[in-house]
Each structure stands twice: as structure tokens, then as C-alpha cells.
Design a protein around this ligand. Structure first.
Ligand SMILES: *[C@@H]1O[C@H](CO)[C@@H](O)[C@H](O)[C@H]1NC(C)=O
Ligand SMILES: *[C@@H]1O[C@H](CO)[C@@H](O)[C@H](O)[C@H]1NC(C)=O
Ligand SMILES: *[C@@H]1O[C@H](CO)[C@@H](O)[C@H](O)[C@H]1NC(C)=O
Ligand SMILES: *[C@@H]1O[C@H](CO)[C@@H](O)[C@H](O)[C@H]1NC(C)=O
Length: 623
């Protein structure tokens, strides 16, 4: 529209330029391209230098119409007027101003649109001074919206023949067209035949923006189960290229089971009868295939199990054997089996020989055995009265005494499996003739006439002895106590001393008799008053004589006592003399000593018998 108006000037300029062309010219300087973001302000400078001073300069701006070679003027200016052409896309959006210190103008475009991406021509005409034209390509940019990645949620099988869809990525509304690159972990994926396909769909919106959708098709392998996939959008900006990464996604890889492992989850360690056993099965496939359990010898019978766990309650030794876990892969229909040996240990009740109880005669010997059948090595210990009396499954009872009698308990344990233990017992009865306490010592005593004396007898035996008494010399005697314990009988008789008494107590059972004797010498009582009173004189003499005798006796005993204690210094010879002169006395002393010795020995024996009996026994048993 503006063109015809100025056609005269143009023709004139053309004529002039042709005429002056030979020696006058103008140098144009314009940028090849100017890059701006959508909506921003674009400044396109147009610089020119005349080789000769120009009297008047005309400036015109044109744009190339999209998709054709035709141009459209958008601006005209000379010394007198500046006109933005009406009715163009740029009307109202452009201004042209002088560039301060150089010869040139600056085209400023407000609110740059996508459609502004065109070539802008700056035409300068200095009449006789020459004319020129330059161009700048305006480039417009708009980054895409944040990219969106969408993964495939379903599991992807490694057995798929072709690459499977893994994820898709979208970059919306960008200008110019962005690119999408795929990454597995941090490595970019490049399309590879049969392995990786990238399907890209580019849409040009009516608004001029590009939307790019990219789909990654990938042949998964088992190793990809932990891989992270992401996409990256790269797009142009005025300064160059920028990239934006999407978030990462993982995929579910399905792969067949190739190995199955079956193991005992509980209990820890060895298994014994009565335990509850848990066997667990695990395969290397994903998703885990359904498992079935069975025993090796019963392939057809599936054991009832929940998922991957087989629970065997209160197992018995018969449950020992090889257990199998099988899976059928639903993709490949391949069956995989895992197996394990389960051993159930046991310990049978202890069998003790002799059974229950056994009667031994005194002096006899016996070997008792205690056996408990077990799948593991056992240890046997014997106890009597909670004290250990033997080790090993045999117990030797040698030379039985009454102390040998009693209950023997054998305890069988399995050191490798403490939960296994059993015990048995045998009651040993020792039979023999009665054994009277202190039978070898005859009891002798002196007692005042008319007194009551207690005589006691205690006899040890099995079967229990009965005690009977024979008392001669007294008409008044009675049994005041009789008591029987497990192995002994005690009897006490009370005897009135009227004259010298001989008494026997006999302890008797089926096997024999033992007797203990007592002899009591009766001492007449002096307390009774004389039947008649003698003459006073006689009485006095008698009293004096008695007193003298008493005094002498006291003196003698004091002297003797002092001499014994060594208070009276008398020579060694004196003592020797006495010793020599009284060999009988020495004899008596010796005798007494031996007596006490035997007594001591007897006592010691008793103590040993009571206290250390079992350990003696134990020593014997170990032989
Ligand atoms: C997009 O890819 C093409 C082809 O590889 C390349 O020429 C172009 O520069 C890329 N664009 C961006 C923004 O990276
Ligand atoms: C994928 O990632 C999510 C969240 O990070 C996680 O819960 C899931 O287990 C992962 N799946 C696989 C198959 O790795
Ligand atoms: C004799 O034994 C009986 C019964 O144990 C008792 O009551 C009595 O006091 C005893 N007599 C003597 C003199 O020890
Ligand atoms: C007790 O034993 C003695 C000697 O063995 C015998 O003489 C006496 O008769 C026996 N007495 C009784 C009551 O058995």
C-alpha cells in the first residue's frame, strides 16, 4: 500500500544509484541473527557508512513473508518523516531510532511473537551517495514446559522377544523443536536395532509451538531390575542449548526362576522329636512363582504349606528325609526344584537293667546298665541321693553293704542337643543278717540297786530285723521304745536293778541273728540307816578311825596328784623306778590306749561310712 506512494522516489533513487554507482557506495553492517525469548523486546541494529557525504538518507525496513520470497515493507523514514506502515503484523509494535554515536538505526520490536521469526531487511538510500541493504534473521525461543515422564507399571518380562515399552516422555509447547534423550542410570541410550527403539512424535501446535513425545522401547534383562530410567529434554535458548532432566523411574522386571533354595528357617541347630520345623523356599525369579512342597519319596503328595513356608509340627524321627520345593514358571513352564535333608534326632526313654529294683546280698556285686537309644552321641551319669556316683552307661556296685542300698538314677543327655534328655532308675536292696550297732562291745555298768536302767539296741538289716530281749537277774523290765526305720530297728528296755543283771538283745531276720550283751552290777545303796545303834564310845572311835582313814586317803591322793602334775620335784630315776616297779600299770595304760584307738577307729569308720560312703562307692564304681 505504501509502495505505490513512494514509487516515484524509488524510481528516482534507482536512476541516481545507477548513475553514481561507479564511484559512490555505502557499507552496511547488520547482525546475521538476533535471538530473543518470546514476548521479549528485539533490537535489530542497522549500521551504514557512506563513502561520500549523503545529503539526504532514506531508511526502509522490510520483512520476508513466511514461506515465500515476497517482502513486505513495515517502515519508511527520511529527513522529514518516519512512517510505520499501517496494516502489517508489526504495526504498533515497532519503533526505529537513531543509534547515538554511529550512523545507523535500531529497529525495536515489542512483544516478540513466534511469527516474528523472519528475515528483517534494512534498506538505506543516500541518493547520490549510494544505497545498500542488509538483513538480520530474528530468532524466537520459548523453552518447553517441565517434561513429564510416565513409566510402565506392569512387569516387563525378560523373555519378551522384542523391545518393550518402558516409558514415555513429553516436552510440551516449546520453540523451536526440542530433542528428547533417554538415560539408563547415567548413560544415554542410543537406539540399537533389536535392543533399544526410541519412537518420537513431534506435533506442531496451531499456536506454532512444538510438542515432542518420545517413547522408549527397551529389551529388558534381569540386570535392569534395579536400573533407573529418565529422559532429558534439550532445547535452544538465546545463549545456546539447555537441558532439563525428568525424574527417574524404575521398572519391574520379570524373569524366570532358575534356582530354588530350600532351607530350615527354624529351629536353629539340630532338630529333635517334638519340635516344630519351618522350612522356607526361595527362588531367584521375579515375581516369585508359587511353590509346592513334597517329600522326595512321595513326589505325588503335595504337603500343605503357606506361600514359601512349610511348617511341620511335632516332628517325629519318621519325618526325617529329603524335602523338596518346586516351582513352575508361568512364563516358561519350566519346573525348578530345590531340596534339603531334614534329620530329626531322638532319644528314647532310658532302659535300666536291672529293672525297677534288685536285691543284693551283702558282699555281692552287681553291674547295672542304663541305655537310651539315640540318633546322637549320649552321655550317662548316675546319681544317688542327688550326688553323682558314676559315669557311663554301666554302674558297678561292688561288695554291697547296707550303704550301697538305695535308689540309683541314671541321667542320659545329648551334649549336642541339650533339649534331649531322659532318665531311669533302679532301686537296690541289700539283704543280709542283722548288724548290731556296737555289738562287739559288751556293755558293762554299775548301777545302784533299785534304779531303773535303759538298755538300747539298734540293728541294721534287710529284711528288717526284730529285736528280742533276754534279761536275767531282774523281774522288772519292760520295753519302753521300739522303732523301725527303713533299714533298722531300735529297741529300748527299761530294767529295774534288783541284783546283778545279764541281758541280751537278739536282732533276727530271715538271714541271721546278732546279739549284744549287757551286764549290770548292782551296788547296794548306803543311804539306809543301821539296824542297831552301837555304844557311844565305840561309835566315836569308829568315827575317828574313819576320819583318819579319810584324811590319809585325801593326803595320799593329793600327793599323788601333785607328783603326777610334776609339782613335786623328784628325780627322773624316781619316775623310772615307778615305771620299772609297776610294769603292770604301763600295761594297763597301753591297754586303755589300744581300747581308745579301736574306739576311734570305729568312730572314724562310722564317719567315713556316713559321710563319704557314696564317694567311696563312686571310687569303687569307677574301677
Ligand atoms: C536435536 O537433534 C538434532 C539431530 O541430532 C541436532 O541437530 C539438534 O541440534 C538437536 N537439538 C537440540 C536442541 O539439542
Ligand atoms: C521403584 O521405586 C519405588 C519408589 O522409589 C519403590 O517403592 C519400588 O520398590 C521400586 N520398584 C522396583 C521394582 O525397584
Ligand atoms: C528310759 O527311756 C524312756 C523312754 O525313752 C525314758 O522315758 C526314761 O526317762 C529313760 N530312763 C532313763 C533312766 O534314762
Ligand atoms: C539270743 O541269742 C542267744 C545267743 O545266740 C541265745 O542263747 C538266746 O536264747 C537268744 N534269745 C532269744 C530270746 O532269742
Amino acid at each position: 500500500m505504501a509502495f505505490p506512494k513512494n514509487s516515484f522516489i524509488l524510481v528516482f533513487l534507482l536512476v541516481c544509484s545507477l548513475r553514481w554507482n561507479a564511484w559512490a557506495k555505502v557499507d552496511m553492517t547488520m547482525e546475521e541473527s538476533v535471538e530473543v525469548y518470546l514476548g521479549d523486546i528485539a533490537d535489530i541494529p542497522c549500521l551504514y557508512v557512506f563513502s561520500e557525504q549523503a545529503r539526504a538518507v532514506m531508511i526502509q525496513w522490510f520483512v520476508r513473508n513466511p514461506g515465500s520470497s515476497s517482502r513486505e515493507r513495515i517502515y519508511y523514514g527520511d529527513n522529514t518523516q518516519q512512517i510505520v506502515d499501517d496494516g502489517t503484523e508489526f504495526t504498533g509494535r515497532i519503533t526505529v531510532s537513531d543509534i547515538g554515536d554511529q550512523e545507523g538505526v535500531l529497529l525495536t520490536i515489542q512483544d516478540v511473537q513466534l511469527t516474528d521469526e523472519r528475515e528483517f531487511f534494512c534498506q538505506v538510500n543516500g541518493m547520490a551517495a549510494g544505497n545498500g541493504e542488509g538483513k538480520t534473521h530474528l530468532r524466537v525461543f520459548d523453552p518447553p514446559e517441565a517434561s513429564v515422564i510416565e513409566g510402565v507399571h506392569a512387569g516387563i518380562s525378560v523373555t519378551n522377544e522384542l523391545p518393550s515399552r518402558i516409558a514415555s516422555c513429553e516436552a510440551r509447547n516449546s520453540f523451536p523443536k526440542p530433542n528428547i534423550t533417554w538415560y539408563r542410570d547415567s548413560s544415554p541410550l542410543t537406539p540399537t536395532h533389536g535392543q533399544i527403539n526410541v519412537v518420537t512424535l513431534v506435533t506442531r501446535e496451531s499456536s506454532g509451538f512444538y510438542t515432542v513425545q518420545s517413547e522408549l522401547q527397551y529389551k529388558v534383562a534381569k540386570e535392569d531390575k534395579d536400573a533407573l530410567f529418565s529422559c532429558e529434554v534439550s532445547y535452544y535458548v538465546p545463549e545456546g542449548v539447555r537441558t532439563a532432566k525428568s525424574k527417574v523411574i524404575n521398572i519391574t522386571v520379570h524373569f524366570p526362576t532358575t534356582i530354588i533354595e530350600l532351607w530350615k528357617e527354624s529351629p536353629q541347630g539340630l532338630v529333635k522329636e517334638g519340635d516344630t520345623v519351618e522350612l522356607r523356599c526361595q527362588g531367584d525369579g521375579n515375581p516369585p512363582p508359587p511353590f509346592t512342597f513334597n517329600r522326595e519319596q512321595e513326589q505325588e503328595t503335595a504337603l500343605e504349606a503357606s506361600d514359601d513356608t512349610l511348617v511341620l509340627r511335632e516332628v517325629i524321627r519318621g519325618d526325617s528325609g529329603v524335602y523338596q520345593c518346586r516351582s513352575l514358571d508361568l512364563d516358561t513352564y519350566e519346573q525348578v526344584t530345590g531340596d534339603m535333608q531334614l534329620t530329626i534326632h531322638y532319644l528314647d526313654p532310658a532302659v535300666v537293667v536291672p529293672k525297677d529294683s534288685e536285691i543284693l546280698l551283702k558282699g555281692e556285686s552287681l553291674t547295672a546298665t542304663c541305655n537310651a537309644l539315640s540318633s546322637l552321641e549320649t552321655a550317662t551319669v548316675w546319681f544317688k541321693n542327688r550326688q553323682q556316683v558314676g559315669k557311663g552307661h554301666m554302674l558297678f556296685l561292688q561288695d554291697a553293704t547296707y550303704d550301697t542300698a538305695g535308689e540309683y538314677v541314671c541321667e542320659v543327655t545329648v551334649s549336642s542337643l541339650p533339649g534331649l534328655h531322659t532318665s531311669g532308675s533302679v532301686h537296690i536292696i541289700v539283704q543280709g543278717a542283722p548288724q548290731m550297732k556296737d555289738a562287739d562291745r559288751e556293755v558293762e555298768m554299775d548301777e545302784g540297786t533299785g534304779k531303773w536302767v535303759n538298755l538300747s539296741c539298734e540293728a541294721h538289716a534287710h529284711p528288717l530285723p526284730t529285736i528280742s530281749w533276754t534279761v536275767t537277774g531282774s523281774q522288772s523290765w519292760r520295753e519302753v521304745l521300739t522303732r523301725a526305720t527303713e533299714h533298722s530297728t531300735i529297741s529300748v528296755v527299761s530294767v529295774k536293778v534288783t541284783s546283778d543283771i545279764t541281758a541280751f538283745c537278739n536282732a533276727t531276720n530271715d538271714i541271721g541273728t546278732e546279739t549284744k550283751s549287757f551286764s549290770i552290777r548292782a551296788i547296794p545303796m548306803v543311804t539306809s540307816t543301821a539296824p542297831y545303834l552301837p555304844a557311844e564310845g565305840n561309835g566315836v572311835i569308829i568315827v575317828v578311825i574313819i576320819l583318819c582313814i579319810l584324811l590319809l586317803a585325801i593326803l595320799g591322793s593329793v600327793l599323788y596328784f601333785l607328783h603326777k602334775k610334776g609339782k613335786i620335784p623328784c628325780g627322773r630315776s624316781g619316775k623310772q623306778e615307778i615305771t620299772k616297779e609297776n610294769p603292770n600299770k604301763d600295761d594297763i595304760v597301753v591297754e586303755m590306749k589300744t581300747n581308745t584307738k579301736t574306739e576311734d577307729a570305729g568312730l572314724l569308720k562310722g564317719v567315713n561310712g556316713d559321710k563319704n560312703g557314696p564317694s567311696d562307692q563312686y571310687m569303687d564304681l569307677r574301677k
